[in-house]
Design a protein around this ligand. Structure first.
Ligand code: A3P
Length: 296
């Protein structure tokens, strides 16, 4: 098939995190599982959960990002066609991470009675309170190395207030949730909340297994729960941190798997900033969506 070198704008604009040519030319398999999140909503955790469920509990892997690649991420060591060729070599079921909105996500069409032959991927979303995502992303940027900031064209914010203004105006959390909300009941979509996963990881795992139709031997369940716990992941942060192709970490020690709590925004957000985040959500999202994500 002819490759689209100038893809339709629906696939988004090129950035150091997002190559629309990869998305437009990606060949979806019905066995694919795509993790779709707004930044800091538990993406890496979900990568680890799905990898552990697929393998039945494996602890001796080097990097979760090799096992569960970031689909649309441009790479320095491979051209986008080479990256697509690499994806073709991965065995089923392939698992990918993305930060794409609904229109940018390959394989989103659900296999309902209208289109029974559509090659839909299974999509798992994790959403998180925008106030916690905002504060978590601040720590994310502050703990990036100088080389990593330069690579992705970001500057370290001079103050939390400067950072906050940029976070609100960039609006990734709102775009992500707004675009996915109409699809929450699609038959190929499972939407989990970070807060529920923190309260009951075993319950979240049960829902994922049921949705994917995967089995987990009861002897493996304890291992999976242990390897997906915050403590286990924090102690082995080197497996989860993002790296340059050279292997050099993009983060200072301790910055990536950080605190793993709900309500941590209270430490940094002023009451006015908190209201600004909530007010924007109320302007952009319907009431049932606000209630679902925990905003009243
Ligand atoms: P905090 O910065 O609030 O600690 P993402 O992977 O989307 O970038 O999300 C990162 C957030 O998920 C960080 O939040 C990180 O600590 C948290 N996280 C990672 N692994 C976790 C786990 N096993 N349990 C709970 N939270 C986890």
């Amino acid at each position: 098939m002819q490759q689209q070198t100038r893809p339709d704008p629906r696939w988004g604009e090129w950035s150091p995190f997002h190559d629309p040519r990869i998305l437009a030319n990606f060949s979806v398999r019905p066995t694919d599982v795509l993790i779709t999140t707004a930044p800091k909503a538990g993406t890496t955790w979900m990568q680890q959960i799905l990898y552990q469920l697929k393998t039945g509990g494996v602890s001796d892997f080097d990097s979760i990002h090799d096992a569960v690649p970031w689909l649309e991420l441009p790479r320095v060591d491979r051209t986008w066609p080479t990256q697509l060729e690499y994806y073709e070599t991965l065995p089923d079921p392939r698992i990918f991470k993305t930060h794409c909105t609904y229109p940018q996500t390959p394989g989103t069409h659900s296999r309902g009675p209208q289109n029974p032959y559509a090659p839909a991927a299974r999509i798992i979303l994790s959403s998180r309170d925008p106030r916690d995502c905002c504060v978590s992303f601040y720590h994310h940027v502050m703990s990036m190395t100088d080389a990593a900031l330069k690579h992705v064209n970001l500057q370290r914010p001079r103050s939390f207030d400067d950072y906050f203004t940029d976070w609100i105006s960039f609006g990734a959390w709102y775009r992500n949730v707004q675009s996915w909300w109409p699809h929450i009941n699609d038959d190929n979509v499972l939407w989990l909340r970070y807060e529920d996963m923190v309260n009951d990881l075993d319950g979240a795992i049960e829902r994922i297994l049921g949705f994917l139709g995967w089995q987990l031997a009861s002897a493996s369940r304890c291992k999976v729960l242990e390897y997906c716990s915050f403590t286990w992941m924090k102690q082995r942060a080197e497996k989860f941190v993002t790296r340059f192709e050279s292997g050099e970490s993009m983060f200072k020690p301790g910055g990536f798997i950080r605190k793993g709590q709900t309500g941590d925004h209270k430490v940094l957000l002023s009451p006015a900033q908190e209201q600004q985040i909530l007010q924007r959500a109320r302007e952009l999202l319907p009431g049932d969506c606000l209630r679902f994500v925990g905003i009243t």
